[in-house]
Design a protein around this ligand. Structure first.
Ligand code: AMP
Ligand code: ZN
Length: 478
């Protein structure tokens, strides 16, 4: 048991701790629930889900915590635009997020705390920071973190002192007085924001008056709650969060507790669309539903979003989605070829879980090693297709096929890929085609394989593909 992963802080690949007296403490910054998550968000969440699956297949016990950001400028503004109380509005988008996660075959996190449910904990954290001189209140009742009080600030993003200083100067090189904000320094960030008219009813009482927490604060408070103030083993997020969000989480937590916040930082690169940054104004911002409407199943989307190396930007294209569709089909054919040797139907293919992983992945060992070695999903899939290309079903007996199927199934579990789940576009077939398909099904039930194959080919010649289910068949027009 040992998974290697790139760590942003040390800028090197490190082994995740394999011997420990506690489950691996894995925290991920979660979604801001003000609308449907887009496929960029899902790239990050799917990569985190895949890492967790790999860890579990490798024998780790993981405590996976992913929060819900349900109070910030965007959630407040949008809830007001819709005339809904904040909690009703965020509940609606939290439910949608969960539905999308399920469709994408993501495991639910062990704990999913929400920012609004942790207001007292956030206030207590600010009080600690003020008491220790790391934070100060301003006249309007806001509280800021004093960045100059934390020597290590910038160590994760390697933001040099000089750059920090630049942010603090105007173009003439004079120190910026930050008159707009009442802050000691422009690099100081808000821990608590005093109530503004535009906040409407969304404010809480605090020792500094009415207000609401700053965004960075919530993760430090929720990490404390979920992991009882202990150092966490692993922290994930998109690369955009490295600075300032994660830098600020470190500052808040380390100054409050006096010990390391997190041992390993896991950042995933961004998703681009057709070579451009995704944005509403460019019309290239896609949600899962947008892609479903265009006929792509969630499994095709999952495959597309995890197939590339997580440290490289992924350029999302419709050609890429089509390529994933055929890749999934190849994986299905491979499973079918092994099942044909074991004498089972694809409906009988077990759903492998992390508990089923073989000690030895045999021919697929290279694919499994790729996942354990810095989550190299691209190399893993390449190795799987290499094995598929060698057509092992041709030379395996039933036991050998079963063994290979188990290794294959465990890899699919680690990647979160379920086969035979495509949301097929149902087209009504004409009577004669239906009759032929029914005859083929009957032949199959009677184990008349030759006749069943003959009818399958005949249907194919007419432009129809038969796909078997447990209890019947579907017909797809080619
Ligand atoms: P948000 O809902 O904006 O708080 O973001 C949720 C997660 O999605 C964070 O980890 C972000 O870093 C990540 N994220 C946002 N945009 C993208 C993108 N284009 N590609 C990959 N991850 C993204
Ligand atoms: Zn966070």
């Amino acid at each position: 048991m040992s998974v290697q992963l790139y760590d942003t802080h040390s800028r090197s690949v490190q082994a995740l701790p394999s011997e420990s007296d506690h489950p691996l403490r894995f925290y991920c910054c979660g979604p801001t629930v003000y609308g449907p998550a887009h496929i960029g968000n899902f790239r990050t969440f799917l990569i985190q889900d895949t890492l967790r699956r790999v860890l579990e297949v490798d024998g780790y016990t993981v405590k996976h915590v992913r929060n819900i950001t349900d109070v910030d400028d965007k959630t407040i503004r949008r809830s007001q635009e819709e005339g809904l109380p904040l909690n009703k509005f965020t509940a609606k988008w939290t439910d949608k997020f969960h539905a999308d996660c399920t469709a994408l075959n993501m495991l639910p996190p062990s704990v999913e705390p929400s920012a609004v449910d942790h207001i007292p904990q956030q206030i207590a954290l600010v009080e600690q920071l003020v008491a220790k001189g790391h934070a100060y209140a301003t006249e309007d009742g806001s509280v800021y973190f004093r960045v100059s009080s934390f020597d290590n600030y910038g160590s994760l993003s390697k933001l040099k002192q000089r750059e920090l200083q630049t942010q603090n100067e105007n173009s003439a090189g004079e120190l910026n007085d930050a008159d707009e904000y009442d802050r000691e320094s422009v690099t100081d960030f808000a821990l608590w924001k005093s109530r503004k008219p535009e906040d409407g009813d969304n404010y809480w009482q605090s020792p500094w008056g009415e207000g609401r927490p700053g965004w960075h604060l919530e993760c430090s408070a929720m990490v404390d709650s979920a992991f009882e103030g202990e150092t966490i083993d692993l922290h994930g997020g998109g690369i955009d969060l490295c600075f300032p969000h994660h830098e600020n989480e470190i500052a808040q937590s380390e100054c409050a507790h006096g010990h390391a916040f997190c041992n390993h930082w896991f950042h995933s690169a961004h998703l681009m669309v057709e070579g451009a940054k995704m944005s509403k104004s460019l019309g290239n911002l896609y949600t899962l539903d947008d892609l479903r409407e265009k006929g792509f199943s969630p499994m095709v989307v999952r495959y597309t979003l995890i197939a590339g190396s997580y440290r490289q930007q992924l350029n999302f294209t419709f050609d890429g989605l089509h390529a994933s569709q055929s890749a999934l089909l190849k994986l299905e054919r491979f499973a079918e070829s092994l099942l044909a040797v074991t004498g089972e139907d694809k409906a009988a293919m077990p759903n492998y879980t992390s508990k089923d992983a073989p000690a030895d992945f045999g021919r697929l060992a290279k694919a499994w090693d790729a996942l354990r070695n810095n989550l190299n999903t691209a190399a893993c899939l390449g190795a799987i297709f290499g094995v598929i290309g060698s057509n092992p079903a041709a030379s395996l007996d039933a036991d050998g096929a079963r063994e290979l199927l188990k290794a294959f199934g465990s890899l699919l579990y680690a990647l979160g890929i379920n086969l035979f789940t495509a949301e097929e576009t149902k087209v009504d077939a004409p009577e004669n085609i239906l009759a032929m398909a029914q005859q083929r099904w009957d032949a199959k039930q009677a184990k008349d394989w030759a006749k069943a194959d003959e009818l399958r080919d005949a249907l194919l010649a007419e432009g129809w593909v038969v796909k078997d289910r447990k209890d019947g068949f579907d017909l797809e027009a080619q």
